[in-house]
Design a protein around this ligand. Structure first.
Ligand code: BGC
Length: 763
């Protein structure tokens, strides 16, 4: 052994021991530690670190442990208890270099306790609530021995046909970027090495939400301007917030799959943005390079992926089987492999696992006797967050709030559907622990017998939908479908409605309908439910429609029939209680839509921040040769940013501190908002900007600032927003981000459509 080598070993051992004593691991220590370890690894061990294996996949537990002990697996995902993870970490400790394993899971909007789905969280426009949900879910997952979450999912989507729109935070760049940052900060906390935190692995880099036609896994073809201006900023926000991981998208971008996209992975992610963490392929994505038509076999796929900069390969064999041969033949270099391994080791270091491989697994004697124990849930937090995510879309004749002594007929296929409350990607959530709307209403009233329930309709009778759901979950369909005829179900509901003062109808989609691989061509309520709403309307009783769904739905007809409409998404473990809080007015709704609701699927994509065009449709001036559909009303059913309250708010005109903005100065926009109703309430004041004439067509408006304010009846507040040059910048034809001199319009409102305007000039 030469002197240098010996020094390396001594430094390495000293550092490792030091880490065991001290959880504060500085960056210099990290680099030296990783370099030393890397120098001592065999090729086989290095490649092992690049393999991320699914629990419950092809390998048995025994085989996985044997592979780990041989140094041939770097991490696993899909195991969710300390007791499950401990034997795997034990196996790693039996391996030659004792490199710890990490355990990952999709903790998307909750763990044991489920919070509302991400689209619902976004509807709160409440960063404190979102932070609380992320912190709480993280603490629960870390307490189950999980080191990394495959989240946050920050794909902008403007296509509700895509089932995964439910997993993201909506259509808007500014709102999603803000949430992306809050999520990462609250998952990782001060350090992902803290025992009650995890590492965030943001996803799906990049542009997954823009797939063609909303068809899952499809292709994306997009101008660089739109990419950089609209779709990439949320991923960038996760990088700026220090996310330790990045999961790579399954789609191609302008013809090149993300998984083999050197421009995306190297030039954008690492060079432009300075990302220093670990990159992870999505499930089987390296193998899929063959189907994408860019690799002729797995060997070529592995070569393309490692060269592009995919550090870890999720659940495929390509790296394990082909990297040795590729290296031997000189098609890839040792540096290609070492660069990837360095990132994996670095991530494990950052997760605190070298200091203590059992950081989150703990000791067996401290394992919870029952992982699903009620005492492990965070119900108060879930309820508080959930009620902030509900959006009141209509409230005619003050139908809401309901009186607690009213006789209520609760009707609908989702009124008592515990697993649907949990929503897509509900991880370790347990349906029997979730509060359905039926439970929630009965919990809230003095006399539960006054809340009667009838199913009223099966969720759907559409064969294709039934087969689709049954394919993943045959039991769900069996349990959910009532064999009685549609008419018999409606008759039962009408009987319940006859004796009631008010009808509450819980309708929407099964959670499996808005999930991965669950794209739809129609966005309407299934016809069984449409018929139910029509029959209920005919009773003449006040009708409240409670929507449960993971995507915007085209419910024009039903919203006309209902007196009140409340969008509740999938509201999580405490959903029923939270919805009851709003229906009875114990909480005044304050949510705002994070995504546009179209009138019909034919309008999709429909989003508020579209580019200016030469022949826009002008409301009140229908006619030929303007941009319109002649067979429909124009515009959205509900615009982005929309949501009502039980009180009313009035806005003053906008006043600006100056009509001119210098490059290093600011213009302060002020607006007074007053609660002119009878109850206290919160609303979200939204500021949009428009570049009136630029070197390229610019959006008709773009959200740049917002604030959620609580006002008592009669109370008013003047809000100020500072507008600076940075707010006006955009990616020009040369892809340079710059602000151009000229006129700008400031628009402030309580949604994206109904706004007050003022103008200023950038000098
Ligand atoms: C999804 C990812 C997810 C992964 C692991 C994939 O099918 O696209 O979002 O993190 O599975 O569960």
């Amino acid at each position: 052994m030469n002197k240098l080598c010996l020094l390396g070993v001594v430094v390495g051992l000293a550092l490792q021991t030091a880490y065991a004593d001290s959880p504060s691991q500085g960056p210099q220590n990290k680099d030296a530690f990783v370099a030393d370890l890397l120098a001592r690894m065999t090729l086989d061990e290095k490649i092992g670190q690049l393999r991320l294996i699914a629990i419950g996949g092809e390998m048995t537990h025994q085989r996985i442990e044997a592979e780990i002990a041989a140094g041939r697996i770097g991490g696993t995902f899909n195991s969710v208890t300390r007791a499950d993870n401990r034997p795997m970490q034990d196996a790693a400790q039996r391996s030659r270099l004792k490199i710890p394993m990490f355990f990952a899971y999709d903790v998307i909007h909750g763990h044991r306790t489920q919070f509302p789905i991400s689209l619902g969280l976004a509807a709160s426009w409440d960063m404190d609530a979102i932070a609380l949900s992320a912190r709480t879910s993280t603490a629960e997952a870390a307490a189950d021995g999980i080191d990394m979450t495959f989240g946050p999912m920050v794909d902008i989507s403007r296509d509700p046909r895509w089932g995964r729109i439910s997993e993201g935070f909506g259509e808007d760049t500014h709102l999603v970027s803000k949430i992306a940052r809050v999520m990462v900060e609250n998952i990782q906390g001060p350090s992902p090495a803290n025992p009650d935190r995890m590492m965030a692995s943001a996803k799906h880099f990049a542009l997954y939400g823009a797939i063609e036609g909303g068809r899952d896994y499809n292709t994306v073809d997009m101008s660089p301007q739109r990419m950089f201006q609209d779709y990439l900023p949320p991923y960038r926000a996760t990088v700026d917030a220090g996310a330790g991981g990045m999961m790579v998208a399954l789609n191609s971008i302008n013809g090149v799959p993300a998984t083999s996209n050197t421009w995306l992975m190297q030039d954008v992610l690492r060079k432009q943005w300075g990302f220093k963490g670990v990159t992870i392929s999505d499930h089987g994505a390296i193998h899929e390079l063959i189907k994408h038509g860019v690799a002729s076999d797995d060997r070529e796929g592995a070569k393309l992926a490692i060269k592009a900069g995919i550090d870890m390969s999720m659940n495929d064999q390509a790296y394990g089987e082909h990297l040795p041969g590729l290296l031997k033949s000189g098609q890839i270099s040792q540096a290609d492999i070492d660069n990837a391994v360095r990132e994996v080791l670095g991530a494990k270091y950052d997760m605190g696992l070298f200091a203590n491989p059992y950081l989150r697994i703990g000791k067996a004697q401290d394992d919870p006797a029952d992982v699903n124990a009620e005492s492990r849930l965070h119900r108060a937090e879930a309820r508080d967050v959930a009620r902030r995510t509900l959006v009141l879309l209509k409230n005619q004749k003050q139908t809401l709030p309901l009186k607690k002594d009213a006789r209520i007929a609760l009707i609908g296929p989702l009124a008592d559907a515990p697993d649907d409350m949990l929503g897509s990607w509900s991880a370790a959530g347990v349906a029997t622990q979730s509060v359905t709307l039926l439970n929630g209403l009965r919990n809230a009233v003095a006399d539960p017998a006054k809340v009667t329930y009838a199913k009223g309709a099966n969720l759907t009778d559409d064969r294709a939908t039934l087969d689709f759901i049954a394919h993943f979950n045959p039991e769900h369909v069996k349990q959910a479908i009532d064999p009685r005829s549609g008419q018999a179900l409606i008759d039962e509901a009408l009987a319940a409605a006859r004796d009631a003062d008010v009808i509450v109808a819980a309708v929407g989609e099964w959670r499996g309908m808005t999930h991965e691989s669950a794209s739809r061509v129609a966005l309407d309520l299934p016809r069984t439910q449409q018929a139910l709403i029509t029959a209920l309307r005919a009773t003449g009783k006040p009708l409240v429609m409670v929507l449960m769904n993971g995507r915007p739905l085209t419910i024009g007809e039903q919203q006309r029939q209902a007196d009140a409409v409340l969008e509740t998404w999938y509201s999580g473990t405490e959903g029923g209680n939270a919805i009851a809080d709003v229906l009875f007015g114990d909480y005044n709704p304050s949510g705002k839509l994070p995504v546009t609701f179209p009138r019909s699927v034919g309008q999709v994509p429909l989003y508020y921040s579209h580019l200016s065009i030469g022949r826009p449709f002008t409301p009140g001036h229908p006619g030929n040769y303007s941009s319109q559909y002649f067979d429909s009303e124009q515009g959205p059913l509900y615009p982005f940013g929309y949501g009502l309250s039980y009180t009313d708010f009035s806005l003053s005109d906008v006043s600006l501190s100056s009509k001119r903005l210098s490059r290093d100065g600011k213009v302060t926009a002020s607006i007074n908002v007053r609660n002119v109703g009878k109850v206290a309430g919160e609303t979200v004041v939204q500021l949009y900007l428009r570049d009136v004439a630029a070197s390229m067509a610019r959006p008709v408006k773009e959200l740049k600032h917002f604030r959620k304010v609580m006002l008592k009846p009669g109370e008013s507040q003047t809000l100020t927003f500072d507008i600076v040059e940075g707010d006006l910048k955009f990616y020009n034809q040369q892809l340079v981000r710059a602000a151009e001199a000229g006129q700008f319009t400031v628009m402030i409102g309580l949604d994206s459509q109904d706004v007050k305007e003022a103008t200023f000039e950038l000098l």
